[in-house]
Design a binder for this molecule. Structure first.
Ligand code: ZN
Length: 131
């Protein structure tokens, strides 16, 4: 049920990437007028979130706040050494759901969908499922 869209994105070392316009293009292609859009990130050191699209300082502050909340810790055991990125990904989550009404995403004026990179640069994937 519903169409699945898949995209690759090249990410920086760390950052929030606005993927709202990609979501809107998928929605337009799907022809769905009433339903749900799920944005899903199949990664363990990246996430997806909905947050402010107006002041870019908010994105910077989110990254600063997450760095403060989930700093590297010499007691972490994960040999890859990127547990801080795993914790940030756990905090943001792997998916968001947006309501579709009259063929539009029901987002607040100041809301956008952001892919969150915590351990780049990498080529990442994002999926949009529209039902
Ligand atoms: Zn790891």
């Amino acid at each position: 049920m519903g169409k699945l869209y898949s995209f690759s994105i090249n990410t920086p070392k760390e950052g929030l990437i606005n993927i709202t316009s990609i979501a809107r293009e998928c929605l337009s292609d799907s022809g769905v007028r009433d339903g749900l859009l799920v944005a899903y990130v199949p990664h363990t050191t990246a996430g997806v979130t909905i947050n402010e699209n107006a002041d870019p300082d908010v994105q910077t502050d989110i990254l600063k706040g997450l760095a403060r909340a989930y700093p590297d810790d010499p007691e972490f055991r994960h040999a890859e050494g990127n547990s801080s990125a795993h914790l940030k990904a756990a905090a943001t989550g792997s998916s968001v759901t947006v309501i579709i009404e009259q063929a539009s995403l029901v987002l607040g004026t100041w809301q956008a969908i952001y892919f969150c990179e915590f351990d780049g640069p990498r080529t990442r994937k994002v999926f949009f499922k529209i039902m």
